[in-house]
Each structure stands twice: as C-alpha cells, then as structure tokens.
Design a binder for this molecule. Structure first.
Ligand code: COA
Length: 207
C-alpha cells in the first residue's frame, strides 16, 4: 500500500515543484490549492517567502493565514499533490473558496490520492483547532465534490455563482473530528514536518 505525508515546501524541492506545475500546463488541467506556486514558477524562492508571509499574516477581508503543503508519495519521494489550508475565514472566503483548495498532479489523478490529501488536510485542521471545514466545488468537477463526500462532507448549498465561478457551485461542510474518526482507511502518515524556510527551522508535529 502506498504511504503519503505532507511536507512544508522548502528549497530542496524546487525542481520537483516546477515539474509538478508544468505537468498541469502539459495536460491543460485546472490548477488549485498550490498557494500560488503556478504564478511563481520562475521565482520559487520568492514563493517560499510568500508562503511564510501567508502563514504569519493577520486575517483581514482580503487575506487570511494559510498553510500550503506538498503531498509526498513515500515510495518515490515525489510530489503527487498539493493543498492550501486557510486557517481562518473572512467574508470573501465564506462566500466562495472556503477553508481548503487542493490538486493532484494530472498523471496521478483518479487513484484515490486526493482522499488521502483531504484526510491529511483535515488532520492539520484538527491540530489548529478547526472543528468545521467549509469547502466548495464547481458542480461539473465531481472528482472534487466526491472527495468531500468520501470524507463525510455534507452538501449544504447548490447555487449559481455569478460573482466568482460563473457556474453552479456546491458548498460542503465537514465535521473534522467525525471525518477523521469515521475514515481511518484514508490515513496516510504525517511525519514530523521539518522544513527550512528562509533559514528558519519550522517544525510541526501531528499525531
Ligand atoms: C479534484 C482532484 C484534486 C481530485 O483528485 P483525484 O486524486 O483524481 O481524486 P480521487 O482519485 O481521490 O477521487 C475522489 C473521488 O472522485 C471520484 N472521481 C475521480 N475522478 C473523477 C472523474 N474524472 N469524474 C468523476 N468522479 C471522479 C472518485 O471516484 C472518488 O469518488 P469515490 O470515492 O466516490 O469513488 C483532481 O481532479 C485535480 O487536481 N483537479 C484539478 C484541480 C481541481 O479541480 N481542484 C479542486 C478545485 S475545487
């Protein structure tokens, strides 16, 4: 069975990260949940600095503190997915976007990896004391909303979003502790995460 863990992006992942993003362009597939990496492919170091600012920022109506992780497949130590976890919500994110954005690299989609990605993301949310996670997806993106449903997501709204998505959007709510307790089958492995960001050691430990 494959094992996975989250890793805080650090300088040593540059080549793998650029390759990860370029795969989306090659396959012409939507990118989501990368913490903006797709806008920084030519400035990976600048992106690492941005991630640190993202983590330590105060929540306001424009931005909220967020964590971005690589989903690493342990068998080949490769980035197979990413997730961006908003640790607080403002009015804008409550209307659209919610707590979590994610993606799995195109060649690895459809293998159940995003269920592991979301499960580990919920573990992170739990460690930050987030009890309920709000997510949304375009109705024509079943791979996304089926991931939410696989983790016990409850559909709370379906509406046409004329402001951001310009399509029908489905809103979901996940009770974090319940999802973790009821879906151990998606358990990956959260190692002690240690990454160097701007020469500072950052460590997070999840059990
Ligand atoms: C959405 C995304 C992350 C799903 O990743 P994935 O690893 O392919 O998803 P999984 O294999 O874990 O599958 C999750 C569920 O979706 C279903 N699914 C996967 N691909 C599907 C597809 N093309 N059509 C319909 N259902 C699909 C799976 O069967 C599974 O549901 P199940 O548990 O009921 O069987 C991936 O498609 C992606 O990166 N898309 C581009 C970015 C994006 O759209 N992000 C979400 C924005 S809201």
């Amino acid at each position: 069975m494959e094992k996975f863990h989250f890793e805080i992006p650090g300088p040593e992942r540059k080549a793998d990260a650029v390759d990860f993003i370029n795969e989306f362009y090659r396959f012409d597939v939507k990118i989501n949940g990368t913490g903006g990496l797709n806008r920084y492919v030519d400035d990976y170091e600048g992106w690492l600095e941005k991630l640190e600012l993202d983590y330590f920022r105060e929540a306001d109506e424009e931005k909220v503190p967020a964590r971005t992780y690589f989903l690493i497949r342990e068998s080949d130590d490769r980035i197979v997915g990413m997730i961006n976890i908003r640790l607080a919500l403002n009015g804008k994110l409550r209307r659209y976007g919610g707590n979590i954005g994610y993606c799995i690299r195109p060649a690895e989609q459809g293998k159940g990896y995003n269920k592991v990605n979301l499960y580990l993301g919920l573990k992170v949310c739990d460690s930050y004391g987030i009890e309920t996670v709000y997510l949304d997806a375009d109705i024509d993106n079943p791979a996304s909303w089926k991931t939410m449903e696989a983790l016990g997501g409850e559909r709370i709204r379906e509406y046409y979003d004329a402001e951001f998505a310009h399509c029908t959007v489905v809103d979901y709510r996940i009770d974090v502790k319940k999802a973790l307790a009821e879906h151990p089958e998606y358990d990956g492995k959260l190692l002690q995460i240690i990454a160097k960001i701007n020469n500072k050691n950052t460590s997070e430990v999840f059990s």
